[in-house]
Design a protein around this ligand. Structure first.
Ligand code: PLP
Length: 444
């Protein structure tokens, strides 16, 4: 009997005993092609020798020193690396241990900024429906995901909510893309007016939505319009790149492809590639200067911030990505994956949409392609696809359920940057087989 409180208490999961490259192995010796890297974490695959070597070196030197006494060379080196490659104006880094912690820190830094500059009346955040920003209370509050929030709603802060930029379902028939973008921005403006633009701290969103919809990027012009709208009212813009960042979409940060710099940006997952738990907030200099001039500190902190082993692992992961020129490879292999997904699923009667960037792809499953009608939630298609894919030796990341009033079944793919074309062929083949096997069991 397991004494671990597993995520699902219905059954104890399989035991993972090893990993090498793009594969994970269970206790029975079965190999799984890891096409989701957990949840877009394992960007270099498993047991990368250069990362392991860097971690061993750091362990021999120093595993941990508390940041209220010391900084470490490795933490400073990682911050230098991140700032060198950050969007324009993002000059400072705050390290944490994961994505939710990064979002919490960004929310608090944003609030503290306004207190320090004499605008304490700013108390609201605005975020989008069908979004995910983490599971701690602040992150859960800004996330738009009712099944995760339901039990905790009475104890969550109130957040202004607007539509996601989800073109496949929300762009109206006959509506041009610019008109759709203008409608989305007008809704955000209306929400700012409703709350009082001088009462809003920040707008929070994922540049490419991951864990709720599966690799949905906003239409062209949305982020530039959002940046301009936030600037008009002095509202901060927080880009949550915990899942879509660190090279996953083919540029180090997804916002680079939008041509904007946020005020704050959260990163995690691919930052450490799963070799250590680590996340970070990248901040514009004005945020840090306001805190330095005001309280003299960021009123926040965790025991493991700037953990030396975590920083060593992340620095090694990022150096490998640069040295091996993996970002162009993400674009090239991503284009290949896109082509193979279209070849396999374009004519599939139950695949409504294929979308993504780089090596971050989503496949949306529908009962009927022309009406976009979803499957009966009771069928739990996404969960069945996950189990069937594992039976076929594939790890993918299906998601579904009813999220903010919208039901859906999506499969997210986030294979390692080192995946070969032959391995991506296998991903598509096994996913197609898993989907077809499950759909053949569909009640008629
Ligand atoms: N933000 C986004 C966009 C995410 O996708 C996630 C996790 O999936 C989080 C935050 C939370 O990260 P973590 O699970 O590391 O706490």
């Amino acid at each position: 009997m397991s004494h671990v409180i597993h995520r699902s208490l219905a059954q104890v999961p399989l035991v993972a005993v090893g990993g090498k490259g793009v594969e994970l192995f269970d206790q029975a010796g079965k190999a799984y092609l890891d096409a989701s890297g957990g949840a877009a974490v394992s960007c270099l695959g498993h047991a990368h020798p250069d990362v392991l070597a860097a971690m061993h070196r750091q362990l021999d030197q120093l595993a941990y020193a508390h940041t209220s006494f010391f900084t470490t060379e490795v933490q400073e080196a990682l911050a230098d690396h991140l700032v060198t490659h950050a969007p324009a104006g993002m000059t400072d880094v705050y390290f944490v241990s994961g994505g939710s912690e990064a979002v919490e820190a960004a929310l608090k830094m944003a609030r503290q900024y306004f207190v320090e500059i004499g605008q304490p009346e700013r108390t609201h955040f605005v975020a989008r429906r069908q979004s995910y920003h983490g599971n701690t209370l602040g992150a859960l509050a800004v996330g738009g995901n009712e099944w995760r929030r339901k039990q905790f709603a009475p104890i969550l802060m109130d957040v202004g909510r607007v539509a996601p930029a989800y073109e496949y379902r929300d762009r109206l028939d006959g509506e041009s893309q610019p008109a759709y973008v203008a409608r989305l921005l007008a809704e955000i403006d209306t929400k700012f007016q409703e709350l009082g633009p001088d009462k809003v701290i920040a707008f929070v969103a994922e540049p490419v939505v991951g864990a709720t919809l599966g690799a949905v990027a906003a239409p062209a012009g949305y982020w530039q319009g959002l940046r301009a709208l936030c600037d008009r009212y002095g509202i901060l813009l927080i880009a949550d790149e915990v899942m879509c960042g660190m090279g996953r979409t083919g540029s180090l940060h997804a916002v680079e492809q939008e041509g904007i710099s946020p005020d704050l940006m959260t990163i995690a997952k691919g930052l450490g590639g799963g070799y250590q738990p680590i996340g970070a907030v990248l901040a514009q200099r004005k945020m840090v200067e306001a805190m330095r001039r005001g309280s003299g500190m960021f009123q926040h902190g965790h025991t493991y911030i700037g953990h030396a082993m975590a920083a060593a692992a992340a620095l090694a992961v990022q150096q490998v990505i640069q040295r091996d020129q993996l970002l162009p490879q993400v674009l090239a292999r991503g284009a290949y994956l896109q082509k193979q997904l279209h070849a396999r699923f374009d004519a599939h009667p139950h695949v409504g949409d294929i979308r993504g960037r780089g090596l971050f792809w989503g496949v949306e499953l529908v009962q009927d392609r022309s009406s976009k009608a979803t499957f009966d939630p009771a069928f739990k298609l996404h969960a069945k696809v996950k189990a069937q894919a594992m039976a076929h030796g594939l790890l993918c990341y299906p998601m579904g359920g009813t999220i903010d009033g919208l039901h859906g079944d999506h499969v997210l793919l986030a294979p390692p940057f080192i995946s070969s074309e032959a391995e991506l062929d296998q991903v598509v083949e096994r996913l197609g087989d898993a989907i077809d096997t499950v759909l053949a069991q569909q009640p008629v």
